[in-house]
Design a protein around this ligand. Structure first.
Ligand SMILES: [Fe+2]
Ligand SMILES: [Fe+2]
Length: 189
């Protein structure tokens, strides 16, 4: 898919604010692709498309999990986790984007997982640090990415912060997110 076509489908589907976020994630992912020597084109596409299903109906998302035999654990979670897997499947089934790395990057941007590919780690991190993000600790993560250039450590710190936040709100943790924490705790330097 051409970048322009990807931009168009996202612009049509999402509110302006989310479309702009998607563009910033794509641009941040491209910047990171240059540093970490990833495929720039795939990073742009995964970045612009990652939130395509952000506002889909929850019932439709659950239907998608069943229809495409996604991880059944997803049925215990809500849009926050589901919009990644659902967008990934839609890109493959409806828009014929037949690229495993883009698929996985969109799929796992909401949860992380163990053994992520370079492009998955870039999208997961770019989503967290795009320039308009202001959450506490975001500059610390930006330093890890752009100064230390330690992507595995950035993934670990983001996952840790997400889990701490969820636990503080008495929310459940999607198993892949725990796998992500354990794996990157082991491999980080
Ligand atoms: Fe998202
Ligand atoms: Fe996002």
């Amino acid at each position: 898919m051409k970048h322009k076509d990807a931009q168009e489908i996202v612009k049509e589907k999402l509110p302006e604010k989310r479309y702009k976020h998607s563009k910033r994630v794509a641009e941040t992912a491209v910047e990171m692709a240059k540093i970490f020597e990833a495929d720039v084109d795939k990073c742009y596409l995964a970045g612009i498309l990652h939130d395509y299903s952000k506002y889909d109906e929850l019932s439709e998302m659950y239907q998608c999990v069943t229809q495409y035999k996604l991880d059944p654990n997803l049925l215990s979670f809500k849009s926050e986790v589901l919009h990644g897997p659902v967008a990934a499947v839609k890109m493959r089934e409806e828009f014929r984007i037949d690229d495993e790395e883009i698929y996985q990057a969109i799929m796992n941007h909401t949860s992380g997982r163990s053994h992520m590919t370079l492009i998955e780690k870039i999208i997961f991190t770019a989503d967290y640090i795009e320039p308009k993000r202001t959450q506490p600790g975001v500059d610390y993560i930006r330093d890890i990415v752009f100064e230390e250039q330690n992507l595995d450590f950035a993934v670990y710190e983001i996952t840790k912060s997400n889990i701490l936040h969820l636990v503080s709100k008495d929310r459940s943790i999607y198993p892949r997110t725990l796998d992500c924490l354990n794996y990157y705790n082991m491999v980080k330097e």
